[in-house]
Design a protein around this ligand. Structure first.
Ligand SMILES: Nc1ncnc2c1ncn2[C@@H]1O[C@H](COP(=O)(O)OP(=O)(O)OP(=O)(O)O)[C@@H](O)[C@H]1O
Ligand SMILES: [Mg+2]
Length: 242
């Protein structure tokens, strides 16, 4: 079976720093995979290369066997890859619904006018933000800005959703809601690659995890095995965890 996403020997150098160093793994359709590792281990850089925000220095990325490497971000988005950002990116002076409509106008479905607004409202409902649709985006709390960003990503009906610490900074109630929301996307068949430090979320959502340290993959397997792995505990989770 062809993997939905396949990374092979993926490498990114920033001058003398090799931020991602020969990373290879596959994600099957419908999987929810956690990408873990200490700060600076290269997780966001992997997402940046998959989404086309940064070109790879070496290696290959393919989606259903089709190469993505070298394509610009908008082409990759049109092929069905959507993402959220570790530091949210919004159009601050537009309303919440307009932020989602803007994504639709340039997205893979190209909806305009009333059709776009209806679709945007549906996505805002999905993330629990329909009641704030007409507020200015910059008035939203950080959490709600993250919700809005997810609504934008979902509006593209992605096959592969890349979440970069989307659950960070939520209080316990919001975290529960956030986990359920991501879980419901997965149930509907969206494949998710989830960069996350919140271990409760990783345990609840990810059947499998890939762990990075200093740009390299140090573990890849079933979540419970990976979280008990000695090298993962040493490099990332710390002795408290064990
Ligand atoms: N655009 C860039 N230019 C130069 N160096 C960069 C750039 N982006 C990332 N780096 C460096 O690459 C390394 C990996 O960074 P990256 O952001 O991928 O880590 P991360 O695993 O996402 O960390 P965190 O958990 O803190 O978000 C770090 O040393 C970082 O400083
Ligand atoms: Mg990061």
């Amino acid at each position: 079976m062809t993997a939905l996403l396949e990374l092979s020997g993926l490498t990114k150098r920033f001058g003398g720093l090799t931020a991602v160093d020969g990373v290879s793994f596959k994600i099957a359709e419908g999987e929810v995979v956690g990408l873990l590792g200490p700060n600076g281990s290269g997780k966001t850089t992997v997402l940046n290369m998959v989404s086309g925000l940064l070109p790879a220095s070496q290696g290959k990325i393919s989606l259903r066997g089709e190469p993505l490497t070298g394509l610009p971000a908008n082409r990759i988005a049109l092929k069905g890859v959507a993402r959220t950002f570790q530091l949210v990116r919004i159009l601050p002076s537009l309303s919440v619904v307009e932020n989602v409509v803007a994504a639709l106008a340039f997205g893979r479905r190209r909806l305009w006018g009333e059709a776009a607004r209806q679709e945007a409202m549906k996505r805002l409902e999905q993330v629990g933000l329909a009641g704030r649709a007409d507020e200015t985006a910059e008035q939203l709390t950080y959490i709600d800005q993250k919700r809005m960003e997810l609504a934008r990503a979902l509006a593209a009906e992605p096959e592969l959703l890349l979440l970069d610490e989307w659950l960070a900074g939520l209080n316990p109630t919001e975290l529960r809601i956030g986990i359920d929301l991501v879980g419901s996307l997965a149930e509907r068949g969206v494949t998710v690659l989830l960069v996350e430090h919140v271990m409760d979320a990783v345990r609840a959502l990810c059947g499998r995890c890939v762990v990075m340290n200093a740009g390299r993959t140090i573990a890849d397997g079933a979540t419970s095995d990976v979280l008990a792995d000695r090298e993962v505990v040493r490099a990332y989770l710390g002795a408290d965890h064990a």
